[in-house]
Design a protein around this ligand. Structure first.
Ligand code: NAD
Length: 458
């Protein structure tokens, strides 16, 4: 799309936004129902598209792409009317007589930029929230999941007029062109370096925004943990989507007393998960560059399990690496693939030193049966969100706002948190006219009496 066409589109979205009849709550509910029907009608196409993009198994598409989207639509259909009601608050008695209300109003035109790793869900979930709240949307899906981008475009164009929601496909140049425009809100999901660029680019319009980014998520295994359950839950959360999950554990910190035992459990779990050796229930890496980057990270490392790879299919086996040097590239950046470094720790100080080496993570996981240990971990580290005795499952509860902190993100969404993200609060005081106390008007003849009044506050 050329810049002129984008400008025309945004003008039409502006007009659409201003016509309140088209964005009434009732209209929004009916359009959400239409969106749900269209997703349902295209379920098979979505499963096929995500498979073509990176061989993501059907079960993972159903659970982590489609189910999440249906849940979000259903929630908004059920709640949006109630959430959107203006909220009366008590008046300030300095304004007596008045009635005061907070209105939840949409921002206007929203740009959603999505990544490739959950290519359907991470694109459609913010669109659902934005539309439900009465905004218009332009969605730019990732160029690295082109089949899913096509089906997203098909669904959005079937359900919405372009004035309300439109997919614009393209790579970095298209994203840059879109970011040049004046938006009322930008919702970006992607890597930390690109998040930084996005923030800088939209600063010129001072556009409010959400950044859903990544980072190095620690996973701590205390000696008291249920090791059998921990091994399964860690391998599942790490190797789902072939490790290409923003909240996957990035590295393991295992109590030194149980490290050898736990390592064996991780290995036997992986053997059981992918017993037939065909890795049909396992996604592939998204593209050749990602394959080259990840296999490159393994060079010179002490691989204790896995490590097999196949460039023709961008396959990299679930891989465990023992204690890589903290200055190695493997530990300098977010891994974002099926490589799990495992370390031993001997004291809480050591845990603190290691975790605090990195920016504040998106997630942190701790496996332990000791309440005091769990409490200390929770109080010692700052992170977006986390789970005790499991990995990544905080994502599925739409009552929990999802997002990072510091370098791992800004703002949050999902469920009610999406409502709060995609609306802003407009505060209105409605004064009555039957009483007009003159004290505030010049000439100021009541200075002394106001001083006495202020004594109540001093
Ligand atoms: P990415 O940052 O490379 O790309 C994300 C989107 O930004 C794509 O649509 C891409 O076209 C666009 N983009 C790329 N370069 C750009 C530029 N210079 N200016 C403007 N836009 C640009 O990320 P990715 O590789 O698609 O996804 C992986 C990253 O996303 C990981 O770091 C992961 O942790 C993070 N992520 C975070 C979440 C979350 O919810 N916090 C979810 C998924 C992925």
């Amino acid at each position: 799309m050329q810049e002129g066409d984008i400008k025309d589109l945004l003008q039409s979205q502006d007009q659409f936004f201003k016509s309140s009849s088209k964005t009434s709550v009732t209209e929004r509910i009916s359009i959400l129902k239409k969106l749900k029907s269209s997703i349902k009608a295209h379920e098979k196409d979505i499963v096929e598209a995500v498979y073509k993009d990176f061989q993501k198994p059907e079960f993972e598409v159903l659970t982590s792409e489609l189910f999440v989207a249906y849940k979000e639509i259903n929630l908004f259909i059920k709640k949006i009317k109630n959430w959107s009601k203006p909220k009366s608050v008590s008046s300030a008695w300095l304004n007596f007589p008045s009635s005061d209300k907070i209105y939840h109003v949409p921002w206007g035109k929203i740009l959603v930029i999505a990544p490739w790793n959950y290519p359907f869900q991470l694109a459609i979930t913010p669109v659902i929230g934005a539309i439900a709240c009465g905004n218009t949307v332009v969605l730019k899906p990732s160029e690295h999941a082109p089949y899913t981008a096509d089906i997203l475009e098909k669904i959005i164009s079937e359900v919405f007029e372009a004035q309300q929601a439109k997919v614009i496909q393209g790579a970095v140049e298209t994203a840059k062109l879109l970011l040049e425009q004046k938006w009322d809100y930008v919702f970006f999901t992607g890597s930390v370096p690109v998040g930084r660029i996005v923030s800088q680019q939209i600063a010129k319009h001072m556009t409010p925004h959400t950044l859903e980014l990544g980072g190095k998520n620690p996973c701590i295994v205390d000696a008291s943990a249920n090791l059998d359950v921990a091994a399964k839950r860690i391998c599942w959360g790490k190797f789902l989507n072939a490790g290409q999950t923003c909240i996957a554990p990035d590295y393991l910190l295992i109590n030194a007393d149980i490290k050898a035992e736990f390592q064996e459990k991780l290995i036997s779990t992986l053997k059981a998960f992918y017993a037939d050796g065909t890795f049909t229930d396992y996604a592939r890496l998204i593209h050749e560059d990602h394959y080259e980057r990840l296999t490159g990270l393994l060079k010179g490392q002490n691989i204790i399990y896995g490590g097999d790879s196949e460039p023709e299919t961008n396959f990299l086996e679930p891989t465990l690496v023992d204690s890589p040097d903290f200055s190695s590239t493997l530990m300098e950046e977010e891994i974002f693939g099926p490589i799990l470094p495992v370390y031993a720790y001997s004291s809480f100080d050591e845990l603190e030193t290691t975790i605090n080496t990195f920016d504040k993570p998106l997630s942190l996981y701790v496996f332990s049966e000791r309440k005091d240990f769990i409490k200390r971990v929770n109080e010692s580290f700052d992170f977006g969100g986390g789970v005790i005795n499991d990995t990544i499952v905080h994502f599925v509860n739409d009552k929990l706002p999802f997002g990072g902190v510091g370098a791992s993100g800004l703002g949050n969404y999902h469920g009610k948190a999406s409502f709060e993200t995609f609306t802003r609060k407009k505060s209105i005081v409605k004064r009555k006219t039957w009483l007009d106390i003159p004290i505030k008007y010049p000439p100021y003849t009541h200075v002394d009496s106001f001083k006495s009044f202020m004594n109540l506050f001093r």
